[in-house]
Design a protein around this ligand. Structure first.
Ligand code: ZN
Length: 352
């Protein structure tokens, strides 16, 4: 009797261990994309490290307050692209300087065309649009303002995607003790100037989301990736509603994996399975200058713990999350999409 059971049991044990080890192996054998990083250095150590881990990088030029700053970021992006043409791609952005001057939008379009000619594979807009810039009447300028129409028309007709970081996590509009992750509690305690709960005169989270959604609706031919889970990080059901409504919308996970870890595990798994073609793995790594070993250590930990979370069913803990949580144990097929193929689909000109 026991002998009869023993062989199938051994087969089962072999099968289970080989599944787990296959997923661990997959990390090393799979080409992966970190679809949201900010590389502002000529020091190639980051590229060498990414290479050793099988990661390609999408570096993002960002902030809209100064052309000088944007030009510096572009310089670093193009330099790295020169050195590692197959391992890195970059997104362009534009400056809001002089946005009320006649011909401003046409000038932006011209510069973005130059960026494309020089290798940009898409565009980025940052949260200062909607949260910082005000016109001469004192009104906040949102992404759905007619001001941006020529720029969005151009982006749509270029066929290249737009990464939008609009708004902040909903926690930013809540009192500190209602915030869901410890990183936000610490950040907004230390930076009250950015804590919107304390600034009711500033735009609401709802209005910011509406401005982004209006662009999705008005430009159905524009592929849009919402950075940071589209600032709808607190509830996968709310995010699912947007993904249902806008087929041209996908989201990256940059700096928001912890917001999945505080939600119901089964609900998160169902969400990731249903929208497995619309989620892009990313960290929001920022690197500048040289001797940035501490950033590489941070990155090593992010890449490794995020993989453990998505690929295994390990019991995990994190400084960001008060309770222990269990990894999602996603299938190889889904992992391959989130870590690789989705980035190639949503950024079709990248990594060529
Ligand atoms: Zn970022």
């Amino acid at each position: 009797m026991y002998k009869k059971l023993l062989i199938p049991l051994l087969v089962l044990v072999f099968f289970l261990t080989s599944c787990t080890s296959k997923k661990a192996d997959l990390y090393h054998s799979l080409t992966k994309v970190d679809a949201h990083v900010h590389i502002r250095t000529e020091d190639p150590a980051i590229m060498e490290y990414a290479n050793s881990q099988g990661f390609l990088l999408l570096t993002i030029n960002t902030r809209s307050d100064s052309q000088k700053n944007i030009d510096e970021q572009k310089h670093f992006a193009m330099k790295m692209k020169d050195l590692y043409p197959e391992d890195i791609s970059w997104l362009a952005t534009f400056s809001m300087e002089g946005f009320e001057d006649p011909g401003w939008a046409e000038g932006v379009v011209q510069k973005l065309q130059e960026d494309i000619d020089q290798g940009a594979v898409g565009f980025k807009v940052w949260k200062d649009i909607g949260m910082t810039f005000q016109d001469s009447q004192g009104r906040f300028v949102f992404l759905d303002d007619p001001l941006f129409e020529p720029i969005l028309d151009f982006m749509e007709s270029s066929g290249l995607p737009l990464l939008t970081h609009i708004g902040e996590p909903l926690n930013c509009w809540l009192p500190i003790d209602s915030m869901t992750v410890n990183g936000d509690k610490n950040y907004f305690t230390d930076n009250p100037q950015y804590h919107m709960y304390l600034h009711p005169e500033s735009p609401s989270h709802k209005r910011l989301m509406e401005s982004r959604d209006n662009v999705l609706a008005s430009y159905p031919g524009l592929k849009m990736v919402g950075a940071h889970l589209g600032s709808l990080e607190w509830d996968v059901d709310v995010l699912a509603e947007r993904l249902e409504r806008y087929p041209n919308f996908a989201v990256d996970l940059a700096a928001r994996v912890c917001h999945l870890q505080v939600q119901d595990r089964e609900k998160v798994i169902d969400f990731l399975l249903k929208y497995q073609d619309r989620i892009l793995y990313a960290t929001d790594l920022g690197i500048s200058g040289s001797s940035y070993e501490d950033r590489l250590t941070w990155l090593e930990n992010e890449w490794s713990s995020d993989w453990t979370y998505f690929a295994t069913d390990s019991l995990m803990s994190s400084l960001n999350v008060d309770k222990e949580f269990t990894g999602l144990d996603l299938s190889k097929k889904v992992l391959r999409k989130i870590y690789y193929t989705n980035a190639l689909y949503w950024y079709p000109e990248a990594f060529k």
